[in-house]
Design a protein around this ligand. Structure first.
Ligand SMILES: [Zn+2]
Ligand SMILES: [Zn+2]
Length: 264
């Protein structure tokens, strides 16, 4: 536990800290029970984009890529903490839509752990030592004003120190307001974000390997569009880190979560 000021210690006494998901008393914003109910993404995943792979699919051969990555992507690699379901999903909704920003450092810590686990791997999906900066997926200024904070930027701020990377908030801008991706059917999501971003200060991007940070990865269309724009501006590689990731359809269809896909 980090040392905290007298003011916040007094606040804790008056309002004992609670889990941001189940509201039970807990110093950890995601209590032990809720962590236990989170579906963390384990080893069986695409080595490039990090999507969980089913147990006995052709692509689950060691080192094989998922179907989307075999088709080609702008994103060079991506990793997420867990699936967008259960406690992690509830925690994300509390964070994004109910401004429970107290959970941001916990999320950042979890993403940091996932990123550091890649270091020294045989086929790193996210070569941290080669990356130059963290870039939050930008919010449109209007949405930022409505929310009161920028959820991706806040995650970046929490990651900067543990990962030893600067945060570049001015390298990518959202120049067009888009409908939230969650309100757009899957096949139209790419078109929805097309032309929504613009790279700034391209001299800084030239030849750089960058890490995009966002809260949730759904179809990956937003991250793909950001990566496309950054690569056009000269970036060598663009990686992505998110807290959660959409639950794959084959996992939704199955009645139970097959063991080994995600560490429950
Ligand atoms: Zn809880
Ligand atoms: Zn993949």
């Amino acid at each position: 536990m980090r040392s905290r000021g007298l003011g916040s210690q007094l606040l804790d006494l008056l309002f004992p800290p609670r889990c941001q998901v189940c509201r039970s008393f807990s110093a950890d914003p995601l209590c032990e029970t809720c962590r236990g109910e989170s579906l963390f993404i384990a080893e069986r995943r695409c080595p490039c984009c990090g999507t969980p792979l089913r147990d006995r699919a052709p692509e689950s051969l060691p080192g094989a890529l998922c179907a989307d990555c075999r088709d080609g992507r702008w994103i060079s690699g991506a990793r997420s903490v867990g699936l967008h379901t259960g406690a992690l999903r509830t925690a994300m909704i509390a964070y994004k839509f109910h401004s429970r920003t107290r959970i941001a450092p916990t999320f950042a810590e979890m993403i940091g752990d996932v990123a550091r686990r890649e270091v020294g791997g045989a086929r790193p999906g996210l070569p941290l030592d080669r990356c130059r900066a963290l870039l939050p997926v930008p919010l449109h200024p209007k949405r930022r004003a409505w929310r009161g904070f920028d959820q991706a930027e806040m995650l970046c701020r929490g990651l900067a120190e543990p990962l030893g990377l600067p945060v570049w908030t001015d390298a990518l801008a959202r120049i067009r307001e888009t409908q939230p991706q969650t309100q757009v059917p899957g096949p139209l999501r790419r078109a929805n974000v097309r032309g929504a971003f613009e790279a700034r200060k391209p001299w800084r991007l030239k030849g750089a390997s960058l890490i995009l940070v966002d809260d949730v990865m759904t179809t990956g269309s937003t991250l793909e569009e950001c990566a496309r724009v950054l690569k056009y501006a000269g970036a060598a590689s663009v990686y992505a880190l998110t807290v959660t990731r959409a639950v794959p359809s084959w996992l939704v269809d199955a009645d139970a979560h097959p063991g080994g896909v995600a560490d429950a």
